[in-house]
Design a protein around this ligand. Sequence first.
Ligand code: ADP
Length: 516
Amino acid sequence: MATLLLGRFALNRAVNLGLTRMIGNSLNRRTMHLHQNHAFINGKWVGARSGLTFDVTNPANEQVLGTVPDMDINDVNDAIDAAHNAFYDKKWHNSTAKDRAALLKKWFQLLEKNRKEIALIMTAESGKPIAESEGEITYGNSFVEWFAEEARRVYGEIVPTPQSNRQMMLVKQPIGVAGLITPWNFPHAMITRKASAAIAAGCTVVIKPAEDTPLTALALTKLAEEAGFPKGVLNVVTSSRKNAASVGKLLCQSEKVAAISFTGSTEVGKLLYKQCANGIKRIGLELGGNAPFIVFKSADLDKAVIGAMNSKFRNCGQTCISANRFLIQDEVHDEFISRLTEKIKALKIGDGSHDGVQIGPLINHAQINKVTQFVEDAKQKGANVVLGGRQLSEHGALYFEPTIVSHLRDDMKLYREEIFGPVVSIIRFKTEEEALQIANATQRGLAGYFYSNDLNQVFRISKLLETGMIGVNEGLISAAEAAFGGIKESGIGREGSKYGIDEYVYIKYLCYGGLE
Ligand code: ADP
């Protein structure tokens, strides 16, 4: 009991003061009102029942930014109960779309008003350059605005009936409590893309942000609280990596949770899919990719190089739609590499909070070890390191030099697996058929890119490339209006667009019979 009390009150207060001091030192003081060191359950800021916490660090210098509750299944059960009560007993499911839209709009306005502060927090915990954090905030906020608008367009249908004494209707109803598990690479947008769709539909949510980036999640939550979301509609539980598996399992298996939406690794996605099977739970998965980026000989090489830079180096290559395999046609291969090399050499590397920095650190040690191993593996198997290829310890422990590796073979990790780092891996090809064969020879199918000025080729490749999204002569493709999602092992379902809400509603068929 003492521990419990300590966990809920005394410890939280002590931790709060510590957090305030720590973040006050490392971040601008005007962001203080958005720094939270508690999770949010049933409209209250709470610590873990156990009293445990974990540290959040800045990948640029590995300093501790603060601590948040290390919640386990007991706390998550509280959050699920709160969301369930809010949906059924407090009748959120009966709220009007107009009211939900108004709340989302209010949240959107507060997110816009506080964009600078959120960006500072995001850069501090994710290492993302500040300009990119601001870009993500524009993107993340756009989902809240979009789904505020979409909330009022969830129409049903009256279906022409085969019997004249019947009336048939299809109505869309919110599915219930949605469990949302999100990654660190877009600490804001992956939450708003899911949560605002779910809330617009009339669902309540339990969000489990990534352990590397909970502070951004809590800042968004603080603004949701200010916007006036009713108790239990939006709950956020923070957990360390140690508790992630058990918390995830509970969300998948609780009978009170109706749907899961996950963005993260394919490995964890497959596990969650299995865990949801028993309860036949609705699941949306946005998993890893292995995006081909094909440059055909007719391409405008300047545009292709800009597209390559955007697609590869955003967030230091740590996005699931980053170009992963560059396929360059024989005739333009050397020229493309030479132009790209010049651009890469001009990149400014450093702490993302400093002016003009374009390449920050990788998120954590696991990530930098993986990228280093992938490059070593390619070197050992005979690839050519054209540029970079090493860790930049002069900047800090988590920096990797922007790198180009050519002459890749299909037995190399850089070729087969998702890199999630600033490494351009290049494969030379001769014919369109060969490019397509290489591009599609993977079980991943999230994004793909190609550059060509041959109109017939553009239509052929658009049809035959096996990915859920394609950038045609374009390296930046994400938008709230677009349907984001993959095929093959890259996922199920779509986020954003008018389809994003479908993940959180079910169609109920009503048959009115015996009509006179
Ligand atoms: P990464 O390896 O890039 O961190 P993950 O897929 O492991 O990607 O993480 C994405 C999200 O999934 C994070 O919120 C993380 O805490 C969570 N997670 C990790 N392992 C599990 C698991 N076994 N079950 C549920 N969620 C998990």
